[in-house]
Design a protein around this ligand. Structure first.
Ligand code: NAD
Length: 292
């Protein structure tokens, strides 16, 4: 705690979040941008530049240099927000709060952001490389956070310049961000206390979240428990030779859980993301019942 107070003396911190840059426009990035839009906060959603043209783009005479192609990933993911159920946006008009771009042509626009949130694929190496690239563009009063499901926030912070470390933390939204109330905030040793307090107030008052401060342990709180629960369920399923339908029928509303139960919840999360999240616990725990 003392370290937070000492570090905060020369801290410059934005006094409100008016504009955010969301990096990664997948399931969570787009969902977070939508939830910000619902709260009246404008954002720019960035994603990678495609390396190949689609047949439709070729037919239109577009090239890999055309802005429409370069912004395709974020742009298509933005459009998908209109089709999802439950609706991530309060109204279709809220889509106008979300701009799109890409991680090569729009880095300068990071300077406009009061808050930059990283929501890219769940890999430490990818996140660290991204942080090295974006750090020079982040304003000196802006906040940077990661939406990782459970990768070490300290390990990510090691890729950041010293001056940014006090304004960096984990902000872990759950899926779907509009509907799930929990938000885990995960500070590092160097995150300044005013930054944690500011994000906590912002998330509660503007975004309607219930904030829990978590320690930087593998998968934090929710996913540590959730991963264990899911893997025990799979183990039991194999032992009992039960079907997916049978497992869902006993792990849903019957025991006070959502009707998406086990397997539909996994589909919402994304099976690839769950494999990363489970692998993270396996790789980072040395031994014990949870690992075996
Ligand atoms: P996703 O696969 O839907 O989206 C990931 C995005 O990252 C894609 O748009 C992809 O184009 C982009 N990307 C891929 N490689 C990249 C690179 N090298 N540089 C920059 N961008 C790149 O994944 P998601 O489910 O949205 O997860 C994103 C983050 O949010 C992960 O850290 C994940 O653990 C976390 N998260 C996911 C969930 C969930 O339920 N899916 C919940 C909470 C947190």
């Amino acid at each position: 705690m003392t370290s937070h107070i000492e570090q905060s003396t020369d801290l410059r911190l934005t006094n409100s979040i008016r504009f955010a840059v969301v990096i990664g426009s997948g399931v969570m990035g787009a969902g977070i941008a939508a939830h910000l839009a619902n709260a009246g906060i404008r954002s720019l959603m960035l994603d990678i530049v495609p390396r190949e043209l689609t047949s439709k783009e070729e037919a239109k005479g577009l090239t890999l240099e055309s802005p429409e192609v370069r912004n395709r990933i974020a742009s298509e993911n933005r459009q998908k927000l209109l089709k999802q159920n439950p609706a991530p946006l309060a109204t279709a008009d809220h889509l106008n709060f979300i701009e799109v771009g890409n991680l090569e042509d729009d880095l300068e626009r990071l300077k406009e952001a009061d808050w930059v949130i990283e929501v890219v694929v769940e890999r430490l190496d990818v996140k660290q490389q991204l942080f090295e690239r974006i750090a020079p563009y982040i304003r000196e009063d802006a906040i940077l956070s990661s939406n990782t499901s459970g990768i070490s926030i300290e390990a990510m912070a090691s890729a950041l310049p010293e001056g940014l470390k006090s304004r960096f933390l984990g902000t872990h939204f759950f899926n779907p961000p509009r509907y799930l109330k929990l938000l885990e905030l995960i500070p590092t040793e160097k995150t300044a206390r005013p930054v944690i307090d500011f994000m906590s107030r912002f998330a509660e008052d503007r975004l309607g979240k219930g904030v829990v401060e978590a320690k930087d342990t593998p998968n934090f709180i929710g996913n540590r428990i959730g991963t264990y629960g899911l893997l025990v369920t799979f183990e039991e399923m194999l032992k009992q030779n039960a079907s997916i339908g049978e497992m869902d029928s006993i792990t849903g509303p019957l025991i006070g859980r959502p009707k998406s139960a086990t397997f539909r919840t996994l589909d919402v999360v994304g099976i690839d993301t769950f494999v990363h999240v489970a692998g993270n616990v396996y790789e980072t725990l040395e031994s014990g019942e949870e690992k075996d």
